[in-house]
Design a protein around this ligand. Structure first.
Ligand SMILES: NC(=O)c1ccc[n+]([C@@H]2O[C@H](COP(=O)([O-])OP(=O)(O)OC[C@H]3O[C@@H](n4cnc5c(N)ncnc54)[C@H](O)[C@@H]3O)[C@@H](O)[C@H]2O)c1
Length: 349
């Protein structure tokens, strides 16, 4: 493979503009040779920023002998089609989550990739977030025994059905909540035997979701998620069998809340003040890992999230949706007068 790595940026929308390209720009030994988007204004402005010589409306227009790898940030249906197209023609791919619209599509993609020798990485950036990497390492020994993990994942969007899903709930789970399911599989890789899902809904488009996963090794993961929130939040805590609890309440810090049953509060890790988000979000390190994997230079003890992981998360989402899909708009507990109150009055501060 030639050095520098020759890249195509496919999909020049928000995620490519705001996160991927700015972080990619800071990494060495690559060159963006092509930008692709059916929107001529978006492709032109990405071309100007990257100085790519090829601007195209579709991947089919590219001469793939000039491209080693692609970053793909498009909606799930074209995501699947483009990744399938490029992998069948020998191009390494970094594809934004969820990578495909459904479990069968992800399974199909996984089969195409098997044995291709290509690196196809999924944009589960929180696996590369500095604080969560530390938490993963700090709890590695304890997680050999069953643990109780709680994952908080809240974001306001999607707040309407999008990208081929009929409901906001499904859109949110497949296209955003999928991060939380991936983190669950990363911290507790043992097979999930049972999924229990519940929701509090505020009308059709706002909800809080609680999913419990029972793993084969006895571990329990609770996902607390939803779009009924004011702002974005990711947090994760691991409760070990000696009664200690390691908590990253956000992507900034890790505290030992409880030390073998005793209240503690010791600060174990903190991100630098005024950091620029490079490592906090994981966007920088995930792209660095992608380029290293494409060059065959990535450490073997740090596997990247791949289509098999997107597939695993999607299967869990199917199970959660099967329980949530038919749930009526739930009611809050009965008030003092014995009458039930509708959950659409629940307020989130
Ligand atoms: N990892 C994260 O935290 C994160 C955050 C935001 C979005 N994403 C993911 O990134 C992807 C894109 O999201 P976005 O917010 O940038 O959406 P967007 O709508 O802003 O951008 C998508 C772009 O893809 C282009 N596109 C559509 N079909 C195409 C095709 N066949 N070929 C080339 N380009 C095509 C559209 O014209 C558009 O410019 C989604 O899969 C989303 O889930 C990931």
């Amino acid at each position: 493979m030639s050095d520098p790595l020759r890249l195509a940026l496919v999909g020049c929308g928000r995620q490519m503009r705001q996160n991927l390209q700015p972080f990619l720009h800071r990494l060495p030994a690559h060159q963006t040779v092509a930008c692709v988007d059916p929107d001529p204004d978006l492709v032109a402005s990405m071309g100007a920023v990257t100085r790519a010589t090829v601007l195209a409306g579709a991947v089919e227009e590219l001469d793939l002998s000039t491209i080693d790898a692609a970053l793909i940030a498009v909606p799930p249906i074209p995501s699947f089609q483009i990744t399938d197209y490029l992998v069948r023609r020998g191009v390494h791919c970094f594809v934004e989550k969820p990578a495909a619209p459904s479990t069968p599509a992800l399974r199909q993609l996984d089969e195409v990739i098997q044995g291709s020798g290509l690196h196809v990485q999924v944009g589960f950036n929180f696996r590369y977030a500095e604080t969560l990497q530390h938490l993963h390492a700090l709890t590695a020994a304890a997680r050999r025994a069953p643990v109780e993990t709680t994952i908080d994942f809240y974001s306001r969007h999607p707040s309407a059905p999008q990208w081929g899903c009929d409901t906001t709930l499904e859109s949110w789970l497949r296209q955003n909540g999928v991060h939380a399911f991936d983190l669950a599989r990363w911290f507790s890789p043992a097979q999930v035997r049972r999924v229990d899902a519940h929701a509090i809904r505020n009308g059709e488009h706002r909800f809080l979701i609680n999913v419990t996963l029972r793993h084969e090794d006895g571990s329990l993961t609770t996902l607390r998620m939803g779009n009924h929130t004011k702002s974005f939040l990711v947090g994760l805590s691991v409760h070990t069998v000696d009664g200690s609890r390691f908590t990253a309440g956000s992507l900034e810090q890790i505290r030992l809340d409880v030390d073998a049953g005793r209240p503690s509060g010791t600060l174990l890790h903190s991100t630098r003040n005024l950091d620029d988000g490079w490592a906090r979000s994981g966007f920088g390190p995930e792209l660095a890992a992608f380029l290293d994997h494409c060059r065959g230079k990535a450490p073997t003890d740090k596997p990247a999230p791949i289509i098999g992981d997107a597939l695993g998360a999607s299967i869990l989402i199917d199970q959660a949706l099967a329980q949530l899909g038919s749930a009526p708009h739930l009611t809050a507990p009965a008030g003092g007068n014995g009458k039930s109150r509708r959950a659409d009055r629940v307020e989130v501060r």
